[in-house]
Design a protein around this ligand. Structure first.
Ligand SMILES: [Zn+2]
Length: 285
């Protein structure tokens, strides 16, 4: 036997195997990448959407103000040229903020991390196209979805800023109070919207009884309401955080895919949900 041969080579075979396995396991642990926490906003609209005039420069300024690491853009596909926002929207790092492209479709499909516009007309077809592009298919505005028996989407919004408004749309007393608060104490006004949205949370728990469905926050940022919803407010009010080895599109998408993420909401981030209701990753069936 050569002098450099490991000592366990002379041990009985089962011990040698066990020792080798342990060494490999320890080596694997040692080389596991260190994960960092990144704060993001998902579901953001710009001037490429019919219902926003916001510019990328404004979004970047707001993102830096509230300390975001990443922004996932989800413009409505522009009519006449559904690929316009994906071609001209920002990607990659801009002054330290990572921009990732996506799209919001009117059938509540939220595509994250796509490069090409979707051509399919059904939810299932869109989900398949998103996955074929390496992206993630989430459901936005789940309160508008009646049947959930379509496709293997990756997750859903468990908090959406517009849902917070919609839940109060039939409450005139609230809006009278809100108008006075808007001038006197806008922080307190915004914080009124930081309530668990049971209509979404209940569905999310039900879905997770069957398979892992990752929860994300939906900023649904437009900056389109008479100065009441500047980007810095909507980007900072609800956030999706990820644990990832680096700040790149693929690393952020991987973290979301695997539920290495959590959601916070409210002024002072006083609400928090882990992205899987079990509080940890569930095995993929
Ligand atoms: Zn939207």
């Amino acid at each position: 036997m050569p002098r450099c041969a490991p000592r366990f080579a002379s041990l009985p075979s089962p011990f040698a195997l066990a020792f080798a396995f342990t060494l490999a396991f320890v080596a694997g642990c040692a080389s596991a990448p260190k994960l960092h926490e990144y704060k993001g906003a998902i579901h953001v609209h710009s001037r490429f959407s019919h219902d926003s005039e916001g510019t990328y420069e404004e979004i970047l300024t707001a993102a830096k103000r509230v300390g975001l690491d990443f922004v996932i853009m989800t413009d409505h596909p522009p009519s006449g040229d559904p690929g316009l926002s994906l071609r001209e929207g920002w990607r990659g790092l801009h002054e330290g903020v990572l921009f990732i492209q996506g799209a919001e479709h009117s059938d509540q499909v939220l595509a994250l991390g796509i490069d090409e516009p979707l051509r399919a007309t059904t939810r299932q077809g869109k989900i398949d196209e998103i996955h074929a592009q390496g992206g993630l298919a989430f459901i936005a505005h789940g309160e508008e979805v009646e049947r959930w028996d379509f496709g293997r989407f990756d997750g859903m919004e468990i908090f959406n800023l517009h849902v917070a408004l919609k839940l109060r749309q039939d409450n005139p007393a609230f809006w009278v109070r809100a108008l006075s608060m808007a001038a006197e104490d806008p922080d307190a006004l915004w914080d009124l919207f930081a309530e668990p949205q049971e209509v979404l949370l209940e569905r999310w728990r039900l879905l997770n009884a069957e398979r892992p469905v990752v929860g994300i926050g939906g900023n649904d940022a437009h900056q389109n309401t008479y100065g009441l919803d500047p980007y810095w407010r909507s980007l900072g009010f609800v956030n999706t955080w990820v644990r990832a080895p680096e700040l790149t599109r693929d690393a952020v998408l991987d973290a979301l895919r695997e539920g290495r993420s959590w959601v916070t909401a409210g002024v002072g981030t006083r609400l928090r949900w882990d992205s899987l209701p079990t509080g940890g990753a569930m095995p993929t069936p």
